[in-house]
Design a protein around this ligand. Structure first.
Ligand code: SF4
Ligand code: SF4
Length: 191
């Protein structure tokens, strides 16, 4: 049969010697490798006591931002869901009622907004697609869980707290070039 790659090896079927039968050379070889690594500098760290420095552009858990008055910025336009390559975002939109102007910035808002963190690949496309500066990825780590259900994050986890002291800082992601692009009304995306 024609070989598709050159990775296959012909296996020898010669009889094993006495030493090979008792596996002694193989055990000694294995122990030597273990010993060699024993004295090398460790490449692991004792997390969570120790952490590694994060990249400036690390993309972790999302946040749904509020504006300066505490109103939710998301208008449930669905652009983030359309842009998401993993189809991780779902939402249900609702119309703002009179008297709710202090809760939602736009006339339409997301009554339900969910991100399935097991699907998400943290690409940041949702953030780039959002015309309302409503969704950002942050440097927070998505917590581990034992079951699948808790990984579907709803508004209770995604929307940032109302308390101005507990707001999520996304200034690292609002670089000058991003802000400049988002202010350019030439792009329909920014209108
Ligand atoms: S970061 Fe990427 S994969 Fe995750 S929700 Fe946003 S668009 Fe989807
Ligand atoms: S793109 Fe922005 S405003 Fe539109 S639904 Fe997504 S988070 Fe909300």
């Amino acid at each position: 049969m024609q070989q598709l790659t050159n990775r296959s090896k012909v296996v020898s079927d010669k009889k094993m010697t006495f030493l090979e039968k008792i596996y002694l050379p193989a055990i000694v070889k294995g122990m030597a490798i273990t010993l060699k690594h024993f004295f090398r500098k460790k490449s692991t760290i004792s997390y969570p006591e120790q952490t590694r420095p994060f990249s400036e552009i690390y993309r972790g858990q999302h946040v749904l931002k509020r504006d300066d008055l505490g109103r939710e910025r998301c208008t449930a336009c669905g652009l983030c869901a359309v842009a998401c390559p993993a189809e991780a975002i779902t939402m249900i939109s609702a119309e703002r009622k009179p008297g709710e102007e202090n809760l939602y910035r736009e006339e339409k808002y997301a009554s339900t907004y969910e991100i399935n963190m097991l699907r998400c690949i943290f690409c940041g496309d949702c953030e780039e697609a959002c015309p309302k500066e409503a969704i950002f990825l942050t440097d927070r780590i998505v917590a581990s869980e034992y079951k699948r259900d808790p990984f579907v994050y709803g508004k209770d986890i995604l929307v940032e707290p109302l308390d101005p002291n507990k707001r999520i800082d996304v200034s690292k992601r609002q670089t000058e070039s991003v802000l400049k692009f988002k202010q350019n009304k030439r792009f329909a995306h920014n209108k």
